[in-house]
Design a protein around this ligand. Structure first.
Ligand code: FES
Length: 353
């Protein structure tokens, strides 16, 4: 059913924005000159998912179906060039230059789910699972109200600093009050420095969430997951959701890749997941292996071929990793016949360290 609600026009109105959610609900509202679409939506009581308001998190993304929508990229943008070229825009930094219709890749009912919560978690365990990856287990307080969909992310404050970082959850609601994050450790960065030299069990860590639109879509079609490095984290939660779903399970292809063998992690875990979920096929690729390596060579995108896909036009894909991987995965999957509407992506932000 389509619901179209027209807001009263105002003298200062210059354009009309119509937002369409994936469940068919539509809302229309005026957008004044110089006003962002997100600000105009808020002013007219139209709720849209958002978080940072600065163009850096990508949470407020929409796809423009018609009209001219101009995005201000002066302060940077988390959108990839290919996404902008395909008509994606960030509503917190975009303006209407004409009447416009925009599609949002989530149902309007998502806005009725509990919003982000903030709490203080305690570090229960911090262990290196690869040369550049730390598995961080946080214990949430008993009264924490965090409710999330597998695949979403939380923000955590780096202890002793005012810096916040975003990480996808590798665990599920069923694991609460324990929350598992997989953190990429780089040569420099406040979180990387903390993990390398100061983290200890019992540390308190402020946390807020959930955020993001990267979650499992309801589909019986093949699910294709492509993960680069710690981009594996959200896939683990989504795999668990598929395993626990009643009824026929969809076929799942998980392609996981790292730069080198010592960057690989969770190999035993993935074997266990494949044993638990018979429809799961796992491919692991290493881009720059050392001598003696006998596995797949390359990135997690290029090791996927037509023979791995069941019915490409109906398949649903989830991509998580560095921006170049997301770019190439989109191109590759579309060339293999996937519908661009069925490709969902979450890419690492520049401040992930
Ligand atoms: S709210 Fe974060 S990019 Fe718009």
């Amino acid at each position: 059913m389509t619901i179209l609600e027209k807001m009263p026009a105002e003298a200062s109105q210059t354009c009309s924005a119509t937002v369409r959610f994936s469940d068919g609900v539509e809302r229309a509202f005026p957008v004044r000159n110089g006003q962002t679409i997100l600000a105009a939506a808020k002013e007219n009581d139209v709720r849209l998912v958002h978080q940072c308001l600065t163009g850096s998190c990508g949470t407020c993304v929409t796809r423009v179906e018609s009209g001219e929508v101009r995005m201000n990229t002066a302060r940077g943008t988390s959108l990839l060039p290919s996404e902008a070229a395909e008509g994606f825009r960030l509503t917190c930094t975009s303006f209407c230059d004409s009447d416009a219709v925009m599609h949002f890749d989530y149902p309007s009912s998502l806005l009725d789910e509990p919003g982000p919560e903030r709490c203080t978690a305690v570090v229960g365990e911090a262990s290196w699972v690869a040369s550049n990856v730390v598995r961080l287990c946080l214990r949430l307080p008993d009264d924490a109200g965090l409710e999330f969909r597998s695949g979403q992310y939380v923000r955590v404050r780096v202890p002793g600093t005012e810096e916040w970082r975003s990480y996808s959850m590798a665990s599920t609601m069923g694991d609460l009050p324990e929350l598992v994050l997989l953190l990429r450790v780089l040569d420099a960065g406040v979180m990387s420095d903390y993990l390398r030299s100061r983290v200890k069990v019992g540390d308190e860590m402020e946390l807020e969430g959930p955020f993001g639109l990267f979650y499992l879509r309801d589909s019986k079609a093949q699910q294709i997951m492509i993960a680069g490095g710690t981009g594996l984290a959200p896939m683990l939660g989504m795999l668990e959701d598929i395993r626990l779903k009643s009824g026929r399970k969809p076929k799942v292809l998980l392609s996981f890749g790292c730069a080198s063998e010592d960057n690989l992690f969770y190999q035993d875990e993935l074997e266990t997941r494949a044993a638990w979920l018979p429809g799961l096929k796992v491919k692991v690729a290493v881009a720059n292996p050392g001598p003696g390596y006998t596995g797949l060579v390359g990135n997690p995108v290029e090791v996927i071929g037509a023979a791995d896909l069941v019915d490409p036009p109906s398949a649903v894909a989830y991509l998580c990793g560095p921006p170049p991987m997301i770019e190439s995965a989109r191109r590759h999957l579309e060339a293999l016949g996937l519908d661009p509407e069925n490709i969902h992506a979450e890419h690492f932000s520049a401040s992930a360290a």
